[in-house]
Write a protein that binds this ligand. Structure first.
Ligand SMILES: [Zn+2]
Length: 217
């Protein structure tokens, strides 16, 4: 049975756009948005490793030693799951979300999403805590927050990579870890991008010169 502190309950139950936190008869705690197609995030004690956070779809089971952290991660995961799903399967903010301001302004094409996270919990991953004035909230790159929340750890090598090549996407199934060098190489196909462009320019100049010479003769 999970005991939720009264202060936590008052702050989080029933009035957050990411969903209601409620205790189930079996002692687990769940976040349920009530939205069709968005699975619950469930937190339960496993007695050995601490607290497990698990999506209703059975993917991304993560373990946390602190209850506060587990609840916070469940909450963040639920918030991320509420991002609209686009046709490619990517989860990304749209106009409706910028109105709700749940994720900050709509990212421009090619920009990352941002998401508000609780810096007190993210401090354990080496991030700054924000400040008491703003309630220890801070903005974080959405894909990075998503990776940490759904995998329960920092990415190996430090960089989160979009397999879908869509920077605003926060679908944890589309995110992987890559070294910076790998990431850059993948984002810019052709470490040779500049070379290709230069070659194209040279060709164009040669063609121009040929035309010019033909006209002269
Ligand atoms: Zn994607």
């Amino acid at each position: 049975m999970i005991e939720i502190r009264e202060g936590y309950r008052a702050a989080w139950v029933g009035r957050h756009p990411a969903g209601d936190l409620r205790c189930r008869p079996d002692g687990a705690v769940e976040y349920d948005t009530g939205r069709p197609g968005v699975t619950c995030e469930v937190v339960y004690a496993d007695g050995v490793n601490g607290y497990v956070v698990e999506g209703g779809d059975g993917r991304f089971r993560t373990t946390w030693t602190e209850l506060d952290c587990a609840l916070s991660m469940a909450h963040l995961r639920q918030k991320i799951r509420c991002y609209p799903v686009v046709r490619s399967g990517c989860w990304q903010p749209d106009n409706s979300m910028s109105v709700r301001r749940a994720s900050g302004p709509r990212p421009r094409r090619g920009r990352y999403s941002t998401v508000a996270v609780n810096g007190m919990w993210f401090a354990q991953f080496g991030y700054s805590t924000g400040s008491p004035e703003n309630g220890y909230r801070r903005q974080m790159e959405g894909h990075r927050a998503s990776f940490i929340a759904f995998n329960g750890r920092l990415p190996v090598g430090g960089t989160v990579d979009h397999h879908c090549k869509n920077p605003p996407c926060v679908n944890p199934g589309h995110l992987g870890e890559a070294t910076s060098a790998e990431n850059v190489a993948r984002e810019l196909p052709g470490a040779g991008y500049g070379v290709v462009r230069k070659a194209g320019l040279d060709d164009a100049l040669a063609a121009l010169a040929a035309r010019f010479n033909n006209n002269r003769s």
